[in-house]
Design a protein around this ligand. Sequence first.
Ligand code: NAP
Length: 259
Amino acid sequence: MDLKISGKTALVCASSKGLGRGCAEALAQAGCALIVNARTSGPLDEAADAIRTEHGVDVTAVAADIVDPEGRARVLDAAGDVDILVTNAGGPPPGYWTDWSRDDFIDALDAAMLTPIALMQALVPGMIERGWGRVVNITSRSVKAPLLPLGLSNSARAGLTGFVAGTSRQIAGKGVTINNLLPGVHDTAPIDGMDGAMAAQKGISRAEARKIRASTIPAGRYGDPGEFGKMCAFLCSQHAGYIVGQNIVVDGGETSTTI
Ligand code: NAP
C-alpha cells in the first residue's frame, strides 16, 4: 500500500534502537525524510547510516536526551518544521509504590508525559498552520491494564493519555491527528534484559525464560519492532486521517479486554 507520505519529514524521538528504530525504518520506507535521536551518538550514527543506505532518504541524527529541556531544544532546532512527530523515550523503572519519592514521580512524569506534551506544543501549531500533521506517541499497554511493578509508568502514561484524549479532538478539524501506540512485549533489549533476570531468578536458560513469557501471549511470540513500526507508519499515513485520539494496542492479544 502506498502510504502517500513520501516527501514528508518526520521526527522520531529515541530511535537508534527498539520500537523507535522500527518506526523510523517504516517511515523511511514510506519515503519520509527523518530526524532521528538518541542519547548515545555511536549507535545513533550507525542507525542513521543504515536507514539512509537502505531507504535512500535524508536522515539527520541528533544525539541528545529528549527529556532534558536543553537536549530537546537542540532536537527541535535541527528538526525545524516537521509533518510527523513520533514521541518516545526510555520507560520509567519498576518498583513498589511505597518506595517512590516525589522526585521519582517527577522524573517519570517528565519522561513519559511532559516531554511528549512539550514536543507537541512545539510542533503541532506549525502542523495546524500548514493544514496537515500526524503525531504518534509510543506509550504502553500499561495504560489499558496496569503492569503491577510499573506504577510510575502506569501513572505517568495515563496522564499523557488524558492529554491526548482531549487535545486530539480539539485539533482534529485542522488536518492534524494525534494517536497513541501501546506496545506489549516486543523483541527489544529491555525485554531481553527482563528475560535474563527471570532466567537468573528461576535458574533456567534465557531461551527457556523467553519461552515462558511468550506462552503468556495469545499470539505465542514476541512482537517485532518492524511490525510495530509499520503500524506507526500507517497511523502517520494519508489513509489514517479519520483515526483520532485512539489508543491502539500492539501486543499479540496479551491485554485481555472486550473493547
Ligand atoms: P530500547 O530498545 O531500549 O530503545 C530505546 C531507544 O531510545 C534507544 O535508541 C535509546 O538510545 C533511546 N533513548 C532512551 N532514552 C532516551 C532519552 N531520554 N532521550 C533520547 N533517546 C533515548 O527500548 P524499547 O523497548 O524500544 O522501548 C521504547 C519505549 O517503549 C519505552 O518507553 C518502553 O518503556 C516502552 N515499551 C516497550 C515495550 C517493549 O516490549 N519493548 C513494551 C511496553 C512499553 P540511548 O540509550 O542511546 O539514548
